[in-house]
Design a protein around this ligand. Structure first.
Ligand code: NDP
Length: 294
């Protein structure tokens, strides 16, 4: 008998992925990831899980016991999760934080895709080799972005941040890379961007919903048309910085592009499939009620 004609048993056991965070209710990653799974007919699911710091260890053990293929970690677990894993990828090791956990055979490995997602967006518009960067912020996003930029060959990164101690830690880390010079600039007064800047990035939380009218303490007239201007804020993607930079003739990268690209990288880790970013972008805009102003 031809075995190919035998009926296939239905498969009611999807591969499981998700996000462990607190709070997690408003995290939209689930919508874009599940849209990609549906579009590519991947028998996978992604679930948002509200996990308190006290329950992180048990939650990770639960994911292992249930055979999950991996999960995202968001605040406040990006550093704390490391002690529950078997190893770290190169970027996560340098950044000291994990946002994506991947099961590789019997090992649970922590990766960091925040900076990789940003770099992917950047590579679509400029070659970072030997470029000069001005970066606002020194938190987790700034650290992830700047580490990937240094690895990608930028020659200089100026970290502009209110808190000097936090910024100094990032500067010291970046200066361990011999090909990249990093320095701190204080941010007590309105900042004027050096005309030598090629790439300007906001990695602070200024402008994040619901504080949509918040503006960087920046002399916006110092933004020049030849600069690539990026904002990590995913919601709303059309921040004051992005709108101003567009008006001044700059090429821009919004935080939604970065979010989608880091999701694409995470899904590749879990499924091995290169998913279509346009599907994820469209679903994010739909669930966040973002009008297409591009
Ligand atoms: P952190 O809390 O680690 O860092 C926040 C940073 O913002 C600090 O540098 C802080 O400065 C700065 N900041 C906050 N308020 C102000 C202000 N009023 N003026 C100037 N600086 C300010 O957050 P993350 O680094 O994790 O996240 C930062 C942003 O990046 C968030 O909005 C997040 O949504 C976004 N993000 C986007 C991703 C994407 O895929 N698009 C991925 C990850 C993050 P100080 O040290 O002086 O307090």
């Amino acid at each position: 008998m031809n075995s190919s004609k035998e009926p296939q048993a239905p498969d009611f056991l999807p591969q499981l992925t998700g996000c462990f965070a607190q709070p997690v209710r408003e995290n939209p990653t689930v919508a874009m990831v599940e849209a990609a799974y549906r579009h590519h007919q991947l028998h996978f699911r992604y679930i948002n899980c509200e996990v308190s710091p006290d329950n992180l260890q048990t939650a990770v053990a639960g994911a292992k016991a249930m055979g999950w293929v991996g999960f995202n970690c968001s605040l406040p677990h990006k550093v704390a999760v490391i002690e529950h894993l078997d190893g770290l990828g190169a970027s996560a090791q340098l950044i000291g934080a994990v946002n994506t956990v991947v099961r590789r055979e019997s090992q649970w490995i922590g990766e960091n895709t925040d900076g990789k997602g940003f770099l992917q967006s950047l590579l679509e518009v400029i070659d970072p080799q030997d470029k000069k960067v001005t970066l606002f912020g020194a938190g987790g996003a700034a650290r992830a972005i700047s580490v990937e930029l240094a690895l990608a060959g930028v020659s200089e990164i100026i970290i502009v941040n209110r808190n000097r101690d936090r910024a100094s830690k990032v500067v010291d880390l970046l200066n361990e890379n011999p090909n990249c010079t990093a320095r701190y600039h204080s941010w007590r007064e309105t900042y004027a961007i050096s005309p030598a800047t090629d790439i300007l990035i906001n990695a602070t939380s200024v402008g994040l919903f619901p504080h949509v009218s918040q503006q960087l303490n920046l002399n916006f007239k110092t933004i020049k048309a030849n600069m690539v201007v990026a904002d990590a804020i995913p919601n709303p993607p059309m921040t004051h910085l992005i709108r101003t930079a567009r008006d001044r003739g700059c090429t821009t990268i919004d935080g939604l592009q970065m979010l989608v690209n880091q999701g694409v990288i995470g899904i590749k880790y879990w499924t091995g499939v290169d998913v279509d970013p346009a599907v994820m972008h469209k679903e994010l805009r739909r669930v966040l009620s973002i009008e297409d102003l591009s």
